[in-house]
Ligand binder design. Sequence first.
Ligand SMILES: Cc1cc2nc3c(=O)[nH]c(=O)nc-3n(C[C@H](O)[C@H](O)[C@H](O)COP(=O)(O)OP(=O)(O)OC[C@H]3O[C@@H](n4cnc5c(N)ncnc54)[C@H](O)[C@@H]3O)c2cc1C
Length: 467
Amino acid sequence: MSQYDLVVIGTGPGGYVCAIKAAQLGLKTAVVEKRATLGGTCLNIGCIPSKALLHASEMFEEAGHGFEKLGIKVSKPKLDLPAMMEHKTGVVDANVNGVSFLMKKNKIDVHTGTGKILEKGKVEVTDADGKATVLETKNIVIATGSDVMPLPGVEIDEKQVVSSTGALELDKVPGKLVVVGGGVIGLELGSVWNRLGSEVTVVEFMDKILGPMDGDVSKNFQRMLKKQGMEFKLSSKVTGVEKKGKGLAVTVEPAKGGDAQVIEADIVLVAIGRRPYTEGLGLDKAGVTLDERGRVKIDTHYKTNVDGIYAIGDVVAGPMLAHKAEDEGVALAEILAGQAGHVNYDVIPGVVYTQPEVASVGKTEEELKAAGVEYKTGKFVFSANGRARAMNKTDGFAKVLADAKTDRVLGVHIVGFGAGEMIHEAAVLMEFGGSSEDLARTCHAHPTMSEAVKEAALGAFAKSIHS
Ligand SMILES: Cc1cc2nc3c(=O)[nH]c(=O)nc-3n(C[C@H](O)[C@H](O)[C@H](O)COP(=O)(O)OP(=O)(O)OC[C@H]3O[C@@H](n4cnc5c(N)ncnc54)[C@H](O)[C@@H]3O)c2cc1C
């Protein structure tokens, strides 16, 4: 007799959500977590602490530079970094404790320790004292997430050369911060320290920031970040970081090769991506296959090549996003309970929580062109939106891409204040196969930033009214 129906290894958004859904559907469920607190990368060292610092630093920036334009005079704000960090820690604690509460509420057993798959149906948990327990289970879910991608030749000490984890913990504002990697994490954390007073230089290998995002978006967004004081070295690579006195000497070369340049930094943040984490899981012995990029290989039902062993989240292919992991967790729990779990990978929003925010769902113009799809575009700038003017948040635009023949919306891209909230009307529309006409004919409250999304849809379908 199996002790459990399901044992989930890892309690990030993929693992803990899968466990809750499975328990709700009547499966006897346990989770295994090696970290002292639940919630994984996202709650402990990722989404949640970064958003706490992004919000706090945005308020600091507003008080310093935004209030006066609204007729509010305040003296120059003073940074209390320990208090800001305390805010972040409090937010993390509330969230991880919330997950513990949900485990209890759903009668899910929590085993603290490192999980190793001994064979199909058996997970060994080794706690901090080295004591091992074996759990027997009908099904195993690998939800062990991801870890920082190292930069060859550069050692991360989490003090001067930091990953995102160290960048969330700095005890003083660096004079000069070099960010290696112009992706979401680098730009978000670069923005935090830029607002708090650092001179930030972003070194990016590609010729654009934000990698796969729409080219129009990344070009305009880079200009906005530049206006905020961030410097960019595109088509460049960091090939070495050396200690020089109290600071660091960072060697930067053109991506294609050529003369090196040395720039000074107090702190270097390595943010070149994340890689799947499967260390110590015993996958070799259990016979679970990985793909060429070290991700656990699964079929369309999240099953690995071994019966009874499944995988979800950052450890499998697809965008490394918390909500993608969560949705996979729900779908898999439903499948294990005999239901028809499913995730629509064409409609997974992506958000960059900077100021302005960037939000995107569906295809980019580049992807549509490469696929030979004929499309039409509607674009509306926030400088023509009444609410944006009222709030002094006129940077950015909304862009709707729709199929030229059917009018079905294929992609929506927004740069602007609150873009991360606005994107969801597009996601719901696309989930139901809606058209730009559907979006444009849906009555939107006035005055709202969302009216720009409606106007962009109107631009794709007929003609915008307010531009
Ligand atoms: C700085 C930063 C900011 C981010 N911001 C966002 C954001 O705003 N929005 C967003 O969608 N995504 C964001 N992400 C990405 C997001 O954190 C991940 O996509 C998400 O956490 C993946 O969830 P997961 O459940 O697959 O794995 P994880 O959250 O990585 O959780 C895996 C868990 O498994 C545990 N584990 C690993 N191996 C074992 C083992 N053998 N035994 C027991 N436990 C084990 C780990 O300790 C960990 O707790 C951010 C990431 C970072 C680093």
